[in-house]
Design a binder for this molecule. Sequence first.
Ligand SMILES: [Fe+2]
Length: 187
Amino acid sequence: MYTLPPLPYAYDALEPYIDEATMRLHHLKHHQTYVDKLNAALEPYPELQNKKLEELLKNLETVPEAIRNAVRNHGGGHWNHSFFWQILAPASNQGSTLGDKGRTLTEEIKKQFKDSALACFGSGWTWLVKKSDGSLLVTNTPNQDTPISSGQVPILGLDLWEHAYYLKYQNRRAEYVDSFFKLLYPL
Ligand SMILES: [Fe+2]
């Protein structure tokens, strides 16, 4: 069964860009709920419990119809959040966790990414992905849909659900996007 992965840093490590209260709620409540609901969906299907989550999300059409939406939503939520925590670098550690990702993040791609994040309607994510032909693409997904279900390899992903930023930023999504860039590498 799936478990909530610990954050790779303290809850207050992303201050002042992402506040401790948001991180606690986001990780301990929202992410935990995706994990719990994914486990509940898979409970009657022991043969699926041995598969990797990536395998299920890349082949959603093979998941039994009765739980396909649950795996898509809660499995996607678990995968997306686990990825999101990993790409954020604590203020004290900026630049050291990004590796090759920093080199792909040109001003042009940052502009595309921000425009895409501001245009995301409803709850969803903005992504920088590598497509199967190796080219880069900035794209949005609704809800907890994950690019790996479309055969894309995520490089960056930004959670645009209000639970990710509303406590601190309210409706100021542009500021939240700017803060996200600051957590990736020093500007
Ligand atoms: Fe979230």
